[in-house]
Design a protein around this ligand. Sequence first.
Ligand SMILES: Nc1nc2c(c(=O)[nH]1)N[C@H]1C(S)=C(S)[C@@H](COP(=O)(O)O)O[C@H]1N2
Ligand SMILES: [Mo]
Length: 496
Amino acid sequence: MRRAIARIVPEAFAAGVAGLIASFAVAGLTPAFVGAPIDSFLARAMPGAVVTFAIETFGSLGQRLNFLTALFIAAALLGVVATIGVLAGRAIERPVIGVGLSALLAGLVANGLTGAPGAATATGIAVATVVAAGEIRLPQGEAEFSTARRRTLVALASVAGVSTLSIAVADRGFDQTTGTEPSSDMQGNDASFDGDDIPTLLDEANEKSLDVAGIEPLVSEKFYTVDINSVDPTLDTEDWSLTITGAVESETTITYDDLTGMGPENRFVTLRCVGEDLNGKKMDNALWTGVPITDMLAAANPQGNYVMLRAADDYFEEFPIAALERAFLAYGMNGDVLPRGHGYPVRALVPGHWGEINVKWLTEIEVLEQEMDGYWEKRGWHGTGPVNTVAKIHAVNHLEDGRIQVGGHAYAGTRGISRVEVSTDGGKYWQEATLSDPLPGEDVWRQWMIEYDPPSGKHEVVARATDANGTLQEQEPSKSFPSGPTGWVRETVTPQ
Ligand SMILES: Nc1nc2c(c(=O)[nH]1)N[C@H]1C(S)=C(S)[C@@H](COP(=O)(O)O)O[C@H]1N2
Ligand SMILES: [Mo]
């Protein structure tokens, strides 16, 4: 019996992989994909210290490893039910019944995990197809050697299958900074906001962007994403609503039509992730379309000093209600409907605060009388407050005339940036950088750049920003955990 099972393992796993691929083919990178619930379970079950370690060590690679693990578990799980089907079929010497049973079980497991019968049916059929190929077509009495080799080949092919799938998914999903193409229901909403001044504002950002190769323009071309799950929720505007609950005098429900009917505003807002490296790329700016939250909140008549924002991906973040005073509910980004990856259909934007409280796929604002920990705070982070001031160095260009050009972005949340200084000798002598003209808005980054005649050898370029209150960027370096990176960015430059 033990040997029999051991021999089935590679084929059963191959059947599992086939089921996984079929699920992905039908569902894509959505919660209906059988790997998605396992991925999100793993992400939640992981202790905070492990998550933090993974973020600091691997960055978004940690999330990919989590996803790859989820894919293997999903394939294994489907493989187990395929095995049960095969063994049952063999026990009664009716392989066809075994095949049918494995299809049924695989379909049930997939449906149980995702609640998506369409993709689950495809999963069941794919699992059964591979099981049938092994159980029915395989000629009996094959030489021991050839079947052993066959098992090895099948096992290798399966591992390759899962890996390829996870790479394909990674390319489609994680690196996609602007979300998936809108589904038809999203396109239906394309014209739902009147964006008269959007082209003008985008032009303004374009014109004010400095001419420095290698840095993002003032409206980012690739806006970063940070998500607790590898698979984003798929919401549609008809079912979406935002409720204001908890310690309020009157609970309020706001629909998508309510929101888009309120008369839009367009605001430039910059986001930065508390978990990024000091000179990292998780800081970006966009033009967002939406409405201020103030009146909606006032209508509910809140009786507490804190709010918990909750989202469709089970994300939650808590902070003082005062921070919501100037917050914004965004449903558009750079003139388009808010992309799925950035929180479609509606996200919160909280000026000047770390990205983590800018909750995407927002569904509920719960007013609290007592403080509580949010998702990241439960894992040891302190990222609900205002951002640290930073000047980043993202481009070092050797110009044709022999000079060196250095540039980047500076950001200080709602404090604003008043000055960026640059040293080309490791911090002894400082000169003031050129800043891009400010964009309208209370929470927008700026670009900076300098050009200089290079000294003869290697030298260290250092950048530091001063916020509009006159406070110089913290010099003492610290890691991103738990409350965001500090220190001055330094780059060693070698003249060409
Ligand atoms: N629902 C939800 N909202 C979320 C997150 C999330 O995982 N789920 N990540 C947060 C974090 S840590 C950051 S830095 C910002 C990033 O926003 P972006 O992905 O649009 O750049 O979203 C925040 N909002
Ligand atoms: Mo973040």
